[in-house]
Design a binder for this molecule. Structure first.
Ligand SMILES: [Zn+2]
Length: 184
C-alpha cells in the first residue's frame, strides 16, 4: 500500500504519483487564476483603488459624486460659467475628458459638452434610479461617476454631456497661453 494513497481501505485509490501531479496541476492553475485577476486590475491604464484610497485623495463632496454617484446642486458648480481654453480632466484620475471648445451653455445648471475628447474616454451605463431611465457617463479609466448624457444637445452630435463640476478638474491650454502672450 505504500505506493498508493487511498480512501476507505483502498476502495477509491489514487496512485501517489498521480495524486502528486493532480495536486501540482491544481496548484499551478490556482496561481495562474490569481495572477490573471491581478493583471486585470492593472489592464491598460485602468485605475483601481479601494474605498479608503479614494477617500484619501478626494474631498468628501467629490467622493460622494465620483464614487457614490451623487449629483451636485444645479447652478452650484465651479465650471458652469467657465470659459478658459483648455481641457477638462477627471477629478479622480486626470483622464482627459472634454475640450473647452465642445463646452456650451445648456442653461441646465451643470457644465455641458456636446462631445467627449475621444469616444474611449467615457463609458456609458444605464441608470434606472429615481424611476427614470437615463444614460450615466463614467470615466473609462477609473470608473468615476461624471453625470449623464441626453439626446437634446446641439449639432453636430445632438448630445448633451451633463457633468458635475466636482467630477472635473481643468488644465489650461499651454499653447493658447503662449500664443496669446505672443499676440500682445
Ligand atoms: Zn477617472
Amino acid at each position: 500500500m505504500d505506493d498508493y494513497w487511498g480512501v476507505c481501505g483502498g476502495r477509491i485509490i489514487v496512485r501517489r504519483d498521480v495524486a502528486f501531479w493532480l495536486w501540482l496541476i491544481w496548484g499551478v492553475s490556482f496561481l495562474a487564476a490569481t495572477q490573471n485577476q491581478e493583471s486585470e486590475a492593472h489592464m491598460g491604464d485602468k485605475i483601481v483603488k479601494t474605498d479608503k484610497e479614494w477617500r484619501d485623495i478626494l474631498t468628501p463632496r467629490q467622493y460622494d459624486i465620483l464614487r457614490e454617484k451623487g449629483t451636485e446642486r444645479a447652478f452650484s458648480g465651479h465650471y458652469i460659467e467657465y470659459h478658459e481654453d483648455g481641457t477638462y480632466v477627471c477629478a479622480g484620475c486626470g483622464n482627459e475628458l472634454f475640450r473647452s471648445d465642445t463646452k456650451y451653455d445648456s442653461k441646465s445648471g451643470w457644465p455641458s459638452f456636446w462631445k467627449p475628447l475621444a469616444d474611449d474616454r467615457i463609458k456609458t451605463e444605464t441608470d434606472r434610479s429615481f424611476f427614470v431611465v437615463r444614460t450615466e457617463i463614467v470615466c473609462a479609466r477609473c470608473g468615476g461617476h461624471l453625470g449623464h448624457v441626453f439626446e437634446d444637445g446641439p449639432e453636430p452630435t445632438g448630445l448633451r454631456y451633463c457633468v458635475n463640476s466636482l467630477s472635473l478638474d481643468f488644465v489650461k491650454n499651454a499653447d493658447e497661453e503662449k500664443s496669446s502672450i505672443r499676440k500682445e
